[in-house]
Design a protein around this ligand. Structure first.
Ligand code: 5CU
Length: 381
């Protein structure tokens, strides 16, 4: 294990409690988990393009075993705590802040969302208590539930010892994160010092990828481009709606180094300052906080960007004290080597930190874990 001042912390790492897997297995529409004859692992199917591929298989000859199964394999890495700890040990990770993966509880009916959230969050709490000091978690909110149930869920998680925030998608209550109806939720999270880990799921509409994407380009376009654009758009909308000023104590950790925000913040600023409509409405005052300021005051970025080029942009935008290492485990397993060994998806991100900041520099240590320990208070057992 590393010494106290140089812990390695993975803040972007997902777990699927068994009850959540059962829920997905019981479903007929995405998101769902489905077994296919002849395939070793069940498949987790979540993206609209994968649903199309699933439809094709369902309507094809049942005696033909499909070569290209939709979705991704559900390996033991999804639900096994032993496996998570093994992954951490293999890669020298001291602490993981685990979270449910997309699409969380976005599909759960309103009537059962509150109870489902309670059971998922209790399962996370229980998992963390079995490895004290090594596991903390971001809880899940029942966004489809009535407002009072949603606020009660925050009351529940704030009392959970290992909970450090919530993982949130971009759909909010159905109208996105610039929806005024979400302000009480943001206020309650901020008041309880619960950081929002903002994570994409919905990407961009399938038409954007063109007619060749499903057959020929795998998951590359929705994952590499759709996810980051979704995050970028969600945060830009929050900024334009004044959410960060309305809830100044709100703290958000953005997945995938903030999507493309570090790269596009300048363009967003220029478009605001040159927008005649906004200027006439008095929304471009000299006292306003720029998006650059918000990035440095209320936003943290993960370091899941796989290259020092993107990482340097993220550091320039938010500051080296606001970047936090992550792996995205159990996604992106190695395809040509043993899954129990090293994962490139981990080593690429780690090497990017060394390349951007110098191996073993104080700044690199901060990004690899020090920032997360301090910001998310990952101490005590
Ligand atoms: O491979 C994928 O689809 C994903 C996903 O759905 N969520 C995530 O966090 N990473 C990769």
């Amino acid at each position: 294990m590393s010494s106290l001042d140089s812990k390695v912390v993975d803040i972007h790492t997902h777990m699927y409690p068994p009850a959540y897997v059962e829920l997905l297995e019981s479903r007929k529409t995405i998101p769902l988990i489905r077994r296919f004859a002849g395939a070793k692992d069940p498949r987790y199917i979540i993206l609209p393009a994968e649903a199309e591929a699933l439809d094709k298989i369902t309507t094809s000859d049942p005696n033909t075993v499909p070569t290209n199964l939709p979705g991704r394999p559900v390996t033991t890495h999804y639900s096994s705590l032993t496996q998570k700890l093994h992954f951490m040990d293999t890669h020298g990770i001291d602490i993981s802040v685990i979270s449910l993966a997309n699409p969380w509880l976005d599909f759960v009916p309103s009537e059962t969302a509150g109870e489902t959230a309670k059971s998922v969050n209790s399962a996370f709490s229980e998992m963390c208590s079995t490895a004290p000091g090594r596991l903390f978690f971001f809880a899940t909110l029942p966004l489809t539930a009535p407002p009072e149930t949603l606020l009660a869920a925050i009351g529940h998680i704030k009392g959970l010892k290992y909970c450090r925030g919530v993982i949130l998608g971009t759909s909010g209550l159905g109208k996105g994160l610039d929806d005024a109806a979400l302000i009480p939720v943001f206020r309650a999270l901020a008041a309880n010092k619960l950081t929002i880990f903002l994570h994409p799921h919905y990407g961009l509409p399938s038409e954007v990828w063109g007619p060749r994407a499903t057959e020929e380009y795998g998951h590359v376009l929705p994952l590499a481009l759709g996810f980051p654009m979704e995050t970028t758009i969600a945060v830009a909308r929050m900024y334009l709606a004044g959410v960060f000023d309305t809830v100044p104590d709100l703290r958000m950790l953005l997945a995938h180094s903030g999507g493309t925000l570090p790269f596009l913040a300048g363009r967003i600023e220029s478009c605001i300052v040159h927008d005649g409509h906004l200027v006439r409405e008095g929304k471009v005052k000299s006292t306003r906080r720029t998006i650059w300021q918000v990035l440095k005051e209320q936003v943290y970025l993960d370091a899941v960007i796989y290259s020092d080029v993107g990482l340097k942009a993220a550091i320039d935008a938010s500051g080296v004290d606001r970047l936090m290492f992550g792996t995205d485990h159990p996604f992106f397993p190695p395809l040509n080597s043993d899954e129990q060994g090293e994962w490139e998806s981990m080593t690429w991100n780690k090497e990017s930190v060394s390349k951007a900041l110098g191996a073993d520099s104080e700044a690199a240590k901060a990004v690899m874990g020090g920032n997360a320990v301090e910001v998310l208070k990952l101490y005590g057992d």
